[in-house]
Design a protein around this ligand. Structure first.
Ligand code: NAD
Ligand code: MG
Length: 380
């Protein structure tokens, strides 16, 4: 039995991870669950999976959860500290599926506790990549990618000799606005932006997919995961979302991982690595017919090149653009700004970032706060 802790259990990745556990009750034991504020769902999950520890970031929701679970011996923790404490409990693996920079501290705590990490929370690496990598080395801890592209790259690299990676081919679906001009994007609505053609995901990452910010964040994530500069990562728009990414090795061999657009496979691979387990859905290439690849339109979707600029500049720039993006996406989802303002505000905040090359976790959070403030003040 593998003992796992799931952070972000009520979200898109979290609930799919629990689907995998449900399908394999003899293989996994969920020891703890954490989420933001959904007391009702986490209560159901805690009871179904007989979990002994739960945490909610939102204090009021945690108080409500305590009442709901009063008839059990389940321990309820609360706040950011509660989520971190939960991440340090005894287990074999922590799956971090929290959304946003809120996932950074729990990742660091879990590494400190010596837990293997299955990482969906890309913002952990975007903001704290250097610190996370240092800590992983120091503690001898393994971090396994869950993001489908990074899982595909990781899978493609199995058996490749060290130093043989020449280039990463990072695929992007292009999202709902592929082929549109800036003019056509002037008045797109939240509903349009949430209408992803291939993947069903949480709201924030769905908006990030529509703006190509998600691909920008993924370039930064890949830099930290695979130790290559952004110049060795090529982004290809692949509308079918079947080839989840590929690597080119020193001899020119290109190795890719293909599959249906279903996050269960990369989630499960992180849970079972290096073993393989059950198949949820086979890929039928006859049904797909053709796989196509195109260059991204970086004039219209400026957040992709801006993220690449952020990682090339280094330091706190990736944190600044990430923090600005979390804030501007929130404002967009609340109907307070237009879609194209997301990129404008992110760029503004990134350019106003007070950079440091050597920084602490506290300084990451300060840079995050400063970027969010710039966005809010620009809108008010
Ligand atoms: P989601 O919004 O569906 O779920 C987020 C989860 O995090 C929820 O359980 C929420 O309650 C919890 N949460 C939010 N703030 C929290 C906080 N401060 N403390 C503790 N928990 C908190 O998001 P998602 O789509 O599942 O994405 C989760 C992460 O995985 C993101 O970083 C995303 O980029 C990444 N990811 C998601 C997918 C996908 O298919 N959904 C694919 C690749 C990567
Ligand atoms: Mg992805």
């Amino acid at each position: 039995m593998k003992k796992i802790i799931i952070l972000g259990s009520t979200g898109s990745i979290g609930t799919q991870a629990l689907d995998i556990v449900r399908a394999n009750p003899d293989k996994y034991q969920v020891v703890a669950l954490a989420a933001g504020s959904n007391a009702k769902l986490i209560e159901t999950q805690a009871r179904e999976f007989n979990v002994k520890n739960v945490a909610l970031f939102n204090e009021n929701a945690a108080a409500e959860l305590k009442l709901k679970l009063a008839d059990t011996d389940i321990k309820v923790l609360s706040g950011a500290d509660g989520v971190c404490e939960l991440a340090s409990l005894c287990c074999d693996m922590v799956l971090n599926a929290i959304v946003g920079i809120a996932g950074l501290r729990p990742t660091l705590v879990a590494i400190d506790a010596g837990h293997t990490i299955a990482l969906a929370n890309k913002e952990t690496l975007v903001t704290g990549g250097e610190i996370v990598n240092r800590k992983l080395k120091e503690k001898g801890v393994t971090l396994l990618p869950v993001d489908s592209e990074h899982s595909a790259i990781f899978q493609s690299l199995q058996g490749a000799p060290t130093g043989s990676l020449k280039k990463i081919l990072l695929t992007a679906s292009g999202g709902p606005f592929f082929g549109k001009t800036s003019n056509e994007l002037q008045n797109v609505t939240v509903k349009d932006a949430l209408n992803h053609p291939n993947w069903s995901m949480g709201a924030k990452i769905t908006i990030d997919s529509a703006s190509l910010m998600n691909k920008g964040l993924e370039v930064i994530e890949a830099v930290h995961l695979f130790g290559v500069p952004a110049s060795k990562i090529e982004v290809l728009v692949h509308r079918q979302s079947i080839l989840h990414s590929a690597v080119e090795l020193s001899d020119g061999a290109v190795i890719a991982q293909l599959g249906t657009p279903d996050m269960k496979l990369p989630i499960q691979y992180a849970l079972t690595y290096p073993e393989r387990d059950m198949c949820f859905e086979s890929l039928d290439l006859f049904k797909i017919g053709a796989l196509t690849f195109e260059k991204p339109d970086t004039d219209t979707f400026r957040l992709l090149p801006l993220c690449i600029e952020a990682i090339n500049r280094g330091g706190l720039y990736p944190t600044a653009i990430n923090g600005a993006n979390e804030e501007s996406v929130r404002l967009f989802l609340e109907g307070k700004i237009k879609f194209l303002q997301i990129a404008e505000l992110n760029e503004k905040a990134m350019n106003m970032c007070e950079n440091k090359t050597d920084f602490t976790v506290e300084e990451i959070f300060e840079a995050d706060k400063a970027a969010r403030k710039i966005v809010r003040e620009a809108v008010l």
